[in-house]
Design a protein around this ligand. Structure first.
Ligand SMILES: [Zn+2]
Length: 100
């Protein structure tokens, strides 16, 4: 039992999310909270041992809402597409992800 507790104490998961270079100024409409609060982030999740990131378990580009917990997988191509859209005020829509 003590061994098990030790395992959970020293191992874990940690997020190393960072803004995507060149897309820091992009704000996309959030379909959940209806704000222009989705920002592109580069997601990196690591399995950690003694707080040291050892194995990357998940990574990719996401649109993450800064207000609510909404999160959507995206890609650089999609971000470029959003950026190229003519953006009259209030009409930017988040592009739905690829069909499952
Ligand atoms: Zn939101």
């Amino acid at each position: 039992m003590a061994d098990l507790l030790f395992f959970f104490f020293v191992c874990g998961g940690t997020n190393f999310n960072s803004p995507i270079k060149g897309y820091e100024d992009l704000h996309v409409y959030c379909p959940r909270c209806h704000n222009f609060s989705l920002v592109p982030i580069h997601r990196r999740e690591f399995f950690t041992f003694c707080y040291v990131p050892v194995i990357p378990t998940s990574w990719g580009d996401d649109l993450q809402c800064t207000i609510c917990p909404y999160n959507q997988v995206t890609s650089r191509e999609q971000l470029d597409q959003i950026r190229r859209q003519p953006a009259p005020l209030g009409t930017i829509q988040a592009i739905p992800g690829p069909p499952a």
